[in-house]
Design a protein around this ligand. Structure first.
Ligand SMILES: Nc1ncnc2c1ncn2[C@@H]1O[C@H](COP(=O)(O)OP(=O)(O)OP(=O)(O)O)[C@@H](O)[C@H]1O
Ligand SMILES: [Mg+2]
Length: 472
């Protein structure tokens, strides 16, 4: 029977939603758990950060089973940033799966199914395996051609000659043409450090050899040292996948070479969708490998923003899923106060269920299981500091007066609006390079900020003067 595949499923990382939080590197807590006023990119919001630190401790000591966390506070008070920081504190490679409450509704997929999928995206599995590999820096890569055996005019590749260099020696390998494809897929070229698994032929590019690091390279390249030891050796290979990766890799028929042959012999090929049964089978295999010490579970964070968009059915699924032994840390966020529980149109029940308001639009039985962390709005000094951090992260050079101006907008209008002005102001400044007298090249000035403020309305200015119906 075909083994379970742990191919790395690409296109599954949805980190773009957190790009506005790239300055956040963690909770910025001291070893005694108190918050520094400005650390790890986090500014102010001390009590919430300390509470989040306690949550991290509870998760580490496994004392949070069956419960979840709710971040409650106004818009732009750092709820999403806090959730991200919690996942960073839990460790490198801990899955962080951010979703928005409303995204579980779609015509094709049942909402409980969509929630389930995201639960499994938030649970990681670290698989350690010792494999026989050839590893080294590629110093030669020559395909050997031959006449096409079918007699056509084209030529085919008969072999691939590859020379790998490690700290202790070099080895010349003559490889099957099938591996050539894998090499092309990984875009391997001379100077890259790669390894080839000797029994499956799977090729993995580790990075660019640091001997080439002095070349002018603007691309985000990862430089790695030439591997130690011999070229042919045993190597511990660590792969991080999520349960969702396993589900989807096993639900589609797939070829491919980086099959991790150790993963179970249970799966039949040619599954087309993730069924409850497939998940159960995967869980069985996974727990067996955990028992054998080959794999380790890495529960991550499932972050559900705008949780008031979930309806009763979704909430009861959530409550139940929290009880499962494989649950990730669930962090909910809401900027609503008393709100009726959302009724999604396709599930609207007669009689107007869910119409009386509950706190944050969450049913009481789930509320009772939540640790609620409030977030508060920022004072002007904190806003200024957040704006400065953001400008630095985005690589925007900005005059002090302009920074004060943006911070002022942050206080007067909203932090989010102020932060959104930074990027277009930087574009304006760049466009105007050299034009205004005395301006430092490309530096954002007060005028740039003012111009942007005129170009882009904030919500309340946009709403002002709007009549009913169509805009004219
Ligand atoms: N204390 C903080 N330190 C540094 N940056 C912060 C802080 N709080 C918020 N930010 C940044 O401000 C922006 C808005 O914050 P965030 O998106 O976390 O707010 P939110 O509470 O999730 O808002 P909403 O309710 O609208 O979803 C983000 O870019 C975030 O990284
Ligand atoms: Mg948010």
């Amino acid at each position: 029977m075909a083994p379970v595949q742990i191919n790395e499923v690409k296109g599954n990382q949805r980190d773009n939603r957190t790009a506005t939080h790239s300055h956040i590197k963690g909770l910025g807590l001291r070893s005694d758990g108190t918050a520094e006023s400005n650390a790890a990119g986090f500014i102010g919001q001390a009590a919430a950060r300390e509470a989040a630190g306690l949550v991290v401790d509870l998760v580490r000591t496994k004392k949070l089973a069956g419960r979840a966390v709710l971040l409650a506070g106004g818009p732009g008070t750092g709820k999403t940033a806090l959730a991200l920081a919690v996942s960073q504190e839990l460790g490198n490679k801990v899955p962080f799966c951010p979703i928005v409450g409303s995204e579980i509704y779609s015509a094709e997929v049942k909402k409980t199914e969509a929630l389930m999928e995201n639960f499994r995206r938030a649970i990681g599995l670290r698989v350690r395996e010792t494999k026989e590999v050839f590893e080294g820096e590629v110093t030669e890569l020559t395909p050997e051609e031959a006449e096409n055996p079918l007699g056509a005019y084209g030529r085919t590749i008969s072999h691939l000659l590859i020379t790998l260099k490690s700290a202790k020696g070099t080895k010349k390998l003559r490889l099957d043409p099938a591996i050539f494809e894998a090499i092309q897929k990984e875009r391997v070229r001379v100077g890259d450090v790669i390894y080839i698994e000797s029994n499956t032929g799977a090729v993995k590019r580790v990075g660019r050899s640091d001997a080439y690091a002095t070349e002018f390279d603007l691309e985000a390249e990862e430089y790695v040292p030439v591997p130690k030891g011999e070229v042919h050796k045993k190597k511990e290979i660590v792969q991080d996948v999520t349960l969702h990766d396993l589900d989807s890799a096993n639900s589609k028929p797939q070829g491919g070479q980086d099959v991790m042959s150790m993963m179970g012999q249970l799966m039949k090929p040619r599954k087309t969708e993730v069924t409850e049964k497939l998940r159960a089978e995967i869980d069985k295999v996974v727990s067996r490998y955990i028992d054998q010490g080959v794999a380790e579970l890495v529960p991550g964070v499932l972050f559900i923003d705008e949780v008031h968009m979930l309806d009763l059915e979704a909430f009861s699924f959530l409550t139940r899923a929290l009880e499962s032994p494989l649950a990730p840390l669930v962090i909910l966020a809401s900027n609503r106060g008393m709100t009726p529980i959302h009724v999604h149109t396709s599930s609207a029940l007669p009689g107007g269920e869910g119409t009386h308001p509950t706190p944050h639009g969450i049913p009481p039985d789930l509320l009772a299981r939540l640790l609620i962390i409030p977030t508060h709005s920022y004072n002007p000094a904190e806003i200024a500091s957040i704006v400065r951090t953001r400008a630095k992260t985005e690589g925007i050079s900005i005059a002090d007066a302009a920074l004060d101006k943006v911070a002022g907008i942050g206080t007067k209008v909203s932090l989010r609006y102020a932060l959104q002005l930074l990027a277009p102001a930087a574009v304006l400044a760049r466009v105007k390079i050299g034009a205004p007298a005395g301006a430092t090249k490309g530096q954002v000035s007060v005028e740039d900020v003012e111009e942007c403020e005129d170009l882009f309305l904030d919500a309340s200015r946009s709403a002002k003067g709007l009549g009913d119906g169509f805009l004219v």
